[in-house]
Design a binder for this molecule. Structure first.
Ligand code: PMP
Length: 386
């Protein structure tokens, strides 16, 4: 008979329940659905029910757009994760860290702005820094590309804003600021600085740090991030940005985030960090094993490191594989993978060479299993594989 639903490329049959062998392994997006099973285990305790009359106001009782209760929980959470110093920092909330990235560029570009601040990042970098900075074109700031083109200028005298992503998207490496000098400001994007994805060698202690629940609890759709800011003037300018753009973050989102943080704070956060680390670590081990058989493909090397959260040396568990096609003639690695029905994100998206492709390891277990299956098939078909 006629299908009762609209099937997609992965499921067919009369009720769309039959898996289609031609379904692509889609490892393109960084959607953090690997955390879904954790929340299924905590379905009741993490649920919220909001009566129609509740939280209707623009403001909280202290006349701000920021929930003090949530702010307190964010600080407490950093203390237990041991991944950032919050003492002596102001906090600004944003609709995801995406909004805070631009708020930070705006705020930092306002200091002695005779010429536009030059915004830079180190290749390979997360494309949004450039896309967003270009999109919100302003007389105050301008994206200028790769940090390394400024590295040898011993005193950077023009205003420069350096994005530092640690651990980095796409390659998972811990990063430090490259540029120094009185006119250099840095934005530390710590979206992945959680025990899920990296050893925490020491709590981050920079002037402007940005975090998000997207990669922490996995609730990317709730759109909630925060910035820890040392400088009061920068903090004030980021607050103004948030008021101007949308009068602060949705109070409903703040309420949901508070509930989620309360759940993960039970037992000192041990449960979510154990679950997330084990999941990501096991995915990385399986992927590494598959690719160790290959001469044609390789993945990045991340050294084991001491982690102050787990209090031991731990192996890598990155959010993404930064896969390289080793052969010179495989200049378009994503097309090589596409022929094996694997969808990745090409290196050029990260201003890198197209011998590289980013594969997301953050999606659901089914997505990962299919990816691994396809990679195994691809690698075992190589000439001369052991
Ligand atoms: N920074 C980095 C490095 C990211 O990878 C992402 C999401 N892919 C973000 C920021 C934005 O996350 P969100 O807006 O969901 O907080």
């Amino acid at each position: 008979g006629k299908p009762v639903c609209e099937c997609n490329t992965c499921f067919g049959g009369p009720d769309c329940s039959e898996f289609s062998p031609g379904c692509p392994a889609d490892a393109n997006s960084g959607d953090p659905l690997f955390l879904e099973p954790f929340w299924m285990q905590h379905a009741a305790s993490s649920a919220i029910l909001v009566a129609g009359w509740h939280r209707m106001s623009y403001i909280f009782s202290d006349h701000s757009y920021i929930s003090q209760e949530l702010e307190k929980h964010v600080r407490k959470f950093h203390a237990i994760a041991r991944n950032a110093v919050t003492a002596g920092r102001y906090i600004v909330f944003g609709s995801g860290s995406t909004q805070l990235l631009n708020a930070a560029v705006y705020a930092l570009s306002q200091e002695n702005s005779s010429s536009p601040a030059r915004v830079v990042a180190s290749i390979p970098y997360y494309p949004f820094y450039k896309i967003q900075t270009d999109y919100f074109r302003s007389v105050d700031f301008e994206f200028q590309g790769d940090t390394s083109s400024w590295k040898n200028t011993s005193d950077v005298s023009e205003n420069v804003i350096e994005f530092v992503t640690s651990p980095n998207n796409p390659d998972g490496q811990l990063k430090k600021a490259v540029l120094q000098g009185p006119s250099v400001k840095t934005i530390h994007d710590h979206a992945y600085y959680w025990p899920h994805f990296t050893a925490i060698p020491t709590p981050a202690d920079e002037d402007l740090m940005i975090f998000t629940i997207s990669k922490l609890t996995g609730h990317a759709g709730s759109r909630f991030g925060w910035a820890l800011i040392k400088n009061e003037a920068v903090y004030q300018r980021m607050l103004v940005y948030m008021s101007m753009s949308e009068m602060g973050v949705s109070r409903d989102t703040q309420l949901r985030t508070l509930k989620l943080l309360k759940v993960v704070l039970e037992g000192e956060g041990r449960e979510i960090f154990d679950f997330a680390f084990k999941t990501m670590r096991s995915r990385w081990e399986k992927l590494s094993q598959t690719l160790s058989m290959s001469k044609r493909f390789s993945i990045q090397n991340i050294a084991p490191q001491y982690c102050t959260f787990f209090q031991k040396v731990r192996g890598p568990s990155p959010a993404f594989a930064w896969l390289k096609c080793e052969k010179e003639e495989d200049k378009d690695c994503s097309t090589v993978l596409r022929a094996a029905n694997i969808i990745g994100r090409e290196g050029s998206m990260f201003t890198a060479d197209n011998h590289y492709v980013r594969l997301s390891l953050l999606k659901s277990q089914d997505d990962f299993d299919l990816l691994l299956h396809r990679l195994n098939k691809l690698v075992s078909g190589e000439d001369g594989v052991k």
